[in-house]
Structures are given as C-alpha cells and as structure tokens.
Design a protein around this ligand. Structure first.
Ligand SMILES: [Zn+2]
Ligand SMILES: [Zn+2]
Length: 144
C-alpha cells in the first residue's frame, strides 16, 4: 500500500477526486444492486473520509441506495464512483476510476451467492456469500 496521493474521476471530468493513501484492498461485490449499478461487478477500494477530497463535483449525484448508504455517480456521463456508508465509515471508491494505476490488490469477492451465472470467479482471493459477509466478514477482512 502506498502513502501517495491519487487522483481519479468520471469519464467526462465533471466529478474529480483526490485521495491520500494507503488505499484499502479491493472488494468486488456481486450483489444484485452492485451488479445493476456497475453493469457487472462493483469493485472498490476505500479510504477514511478525511483522506478523501472532491476536487470537482459539478456532475456528482448521490443516490440513496439503503437507509445507511448512498452511491455517488456522475449525472452527465453515468460513471459509478463512490459508495458512502456514512461519516464513520471509509468511503468506497470504484477501483477502475483512478487516473494512474495505483498499487491495488484484490482482497475478496462478496455476495457471491448473487453473482451472475454468465461468469466465473476464478482467482484465489477469499469469497463470502451475503450471509457470511453480513455476519462479520467485513470485520474479519479489516483486521486482516
Ligand atoms: Zn462524468
Ligand atoms: Zn453490492
């Protein structure tokens, strides 16, 4: 993991951000909502809220996706960018939205029981179905 700053944003440039590393390992979520939002699988890193800064937000729209979370996307180009669980939790950032190629590492696939039938998950990282993830998978992964 790197202590550097990283920039990223949407396709059209109306949403831009800067984060201060280290960047959390990437979690790929296969739940139905993430599949719809992303068009396939939502893969995100995360940083603490105070390490995250919007440098351009003209296109940013938040969609409240559950009682406790919201998803940020660009209303001009449609890029899916952020997953926010509230001020106490790290903000999720789409792993594909960075400008450069930050040193990200895959950590886990989650909600694999909701994965599409049209693809296979064939790497070596951990997998959790939705129930296992909700029952402490997140804490286990964060403790490392
Ligand atoms: Zn955009
Ligand atoms: Zn999901």
């Amino acid at each position: 993991m790197s202590e550097e700053d990283w920039d990223g944003g949407c396709i059209c440039g109306q949403v831009r951000y800067r984060v201060r590393g280290p960047l959390a390992d990437v979690i790929a979520c296969h739940c139905r909502q993430c599949r719809r939002m992303s068009g396939h699988v939502y893969a995100a890193t995360a940083v603490p809220q105070d390490a995250f800064e919007l440098t351009e937000s003209a296109g940013l729209t938040w969609y409240r996706s559950s009682e406790s979370s919201r998803r940020g996307f660009c209303c001009n180009c449609g890029s899916s960018l952020f997953f926010d669980h509230g001020p106490e939790e790290p903000i999720g950032i789409a792993a594909g939205s960075f400008d450069g190629d930050p040193p990200l590492r895959m950590a886990a696939h989650i909600y694999v029981d909701e994965a599409g039938k049209y693809y296979t998950i064939d790497d070596e990282v951990e997998r959790y179905d939705g129930a296992a993830w909700r029952q402490g998978g997140w804490d286990k992964l964060r403790r490392g």
